[in-house]
Write a new protein. Sequence first.
Length: 325
Amino acid sequence: MSINSKRVLVTGGAGFLGSHLCERLLGEGHDVLCVDNFFTGRRSNVAHLIGNPRFEVMRHDVTFPLYVEVDEIYNLACPASPIHYQHDPVQTTKTSVHGAINMLGLAKRLRAKILQASTSEVYGDPVVHPQTEDYWGNVNPIGFRSCYDEGKRCAETLFFDYRRQHDMRIKVARIFNTYGPRMHPKDGRVVSNFIMQALAGEPITIYGEGTQTRSFCFVSDLIDGLVRLMNTGDEVTGPINIGNPVEMTIRELAEAVIRLTGSKSELINAPLPHDDPVQRQPDISRARDTLGWSPEVDLQTGLRATIAYFRDLRETMSTEGSHRP
């Protein structure tokens, strides 16, 4: 173990973002403990890391206390797509709130630095555009998305109260829409939905008229932002928006996916989900000024890499299916 290496805990480490973060930290020479209950995380996401002597996987639910020895904690544990976090909304809230309490308690005991993976969903359906970290948000506290939105908002409250009350070393990142390889093929998010439908030649489902906007950040850029935030001095707490400020409509995204996959899929419309935000775009001035960070991967490059991943995944699933008795 080098003098600069650390012992790092990543909760939700077998998830989409968590697996990429584990990979990045191992590449920097750190020891990584990946903790996941495998509700949405997948062993296949970290299978290629298993042989690394610096990597360890532990099945654990963060709603229960965890007793380990680490130097830093990245708290990423929580279902992040509506189809998953609405499956068991009570457990989703527990994961955000009890999980935050347990990880903060661990960090307090160890005097460890801890980063909370918060979300742009704390802004709800924003009436301020683009969204700055000073905006308090427009969130429905009793809607179908509230288990996630309010759970994450409460987690932020806990982080800053622990900071004020116990002088904790905290970091809060507000993550905007992120995409890339290892997304769950059935997570219900627009990028994975559109690519899977396009590769299958199925109609691409657009909710509403497709005029609602999102800003899509490639996973490698997002992970770089998280690591940069963790590596700042103790005076930097956040919250800091981490996302791509290039805004586009959902319809434009669907058209880009069709073009890049060479699909003949048609666009069809479906009713807009309840409380679906009309627009979402981060103001990343604070990330630029504080972290020296801004995204580097353009949408076309990122989509090509993501399409290649899902194409290989479909072929693997097809081959495995054909070998079943």
